[in-house]
Design a protein around this ligand. Sequence first.
Ligand code: SF4
Length: 138
Amino acid sequence: MTCGACCTQYRVAFHWMESDEVTPGGVPHQLTEVLDPHRLCMRGTHSKPVRCVALDAQIGVYSRCTIHPNRPSVCREVDASWEYGKASPQCDKARIAYGLDPLTLADWRWRDEAGNDDGHPDDNGNSPSSPPQAPVAA
Ligand code: SF4
């Protein structure tokens, strides 16, 4: 949703077992710091102003988690409001902090017509007006 606000509002803390130092494919340990004997946190989220070191974003314009496949469990648990049929108080609070309206069910209607080339991630270059893709050599 080009947002990223939640990655600048909350401390992102998780058990040290999620680090890639002990769990292959886990959270890159160089992007974390020790919070207490049991927990790590993402660098940039320990104290205010909060901004996760893994976030590449201009809030409300574009947003990308640079470690998305390896992000901590707590990040996976914060849904965007109404993405899965219910509001998320954490999402709403983070967006409001930037003057953005909370998401509504209507913000997800683009998924009803997958691949309709409306600029959403479901387009995947497969819709009729997408630029032609260069053939891939065998
Ligand atoms: S790890 Fe990724 S999803 Fe989690 S707070 Fe950082 S940028 Fe956001």
